[in-house]
Design a protein around this ligand. Sequence first.
Ligand code: UDP
Length: 201
Amino acid sequence: PPSTTLLGVRVDLLSQAETLSRIDQIVALHRNTTDIPCRQIVTVNTEFIITAQRNPLFRQCINQATLVVPDGMGVVWGTRYKGEPAPERVTGTDTLAALAPLCAEKGYRLYLLGAAPGVAEATARILQQKHPGLIIAGTYAGSPAPAEEEDILARIREAKADILCVAYGAPAQELWISRNLSRLPVAVAMGVGGAYDFLSG
Ligand code: UDP
């Protein structure tokens, strides 16, 4: 996608609808072709850009992601100031809310990882009530601790999910996805921050 950089951090100039359609393409391709690695989606807000200044690993992880969407008006303003404007803000919460009907329509299986115990389950119930037919492949709080990775990867594998949302806060969730990318048996993985808390609260 067309992109710009803000303080060395890539931002793709995508709208919410374009983001959704790209996710749809990635999942459809993944379902038809074996052995495609998982793609990472990052929703960059101003805090991400600040954190990335002193965390090179985080910056690298953002810049190498398949999609880096402008999460918040601060980032949208930054791109306008650079003369390469992002069309609108694309937040993790809005993207998850928009993914739910797409998943329901296409039969894509959604896995909700992270947040406090019970929160992903409450989010799953709310999304399923709103979008009949939505398949939640699994939910699990867990933690971003490396000692839990094997167990979490096994759960996701067992669930046969297509799309993985991870709510461990930034930068933990992005680094978790990035270091497990080659082993993640899903088409796309996206850090969603406090999205479950917003959607279920
Ligand atoms: N969280 C978690 N485990 C952790 C740290 C955070 O499950 O070790 C969850 C927390 O419960 C919340 C989400 O991560 O649901 C994101 O929190 P926050 O809103 O602080 O992140 P941000 O949206 O600012 O990235």
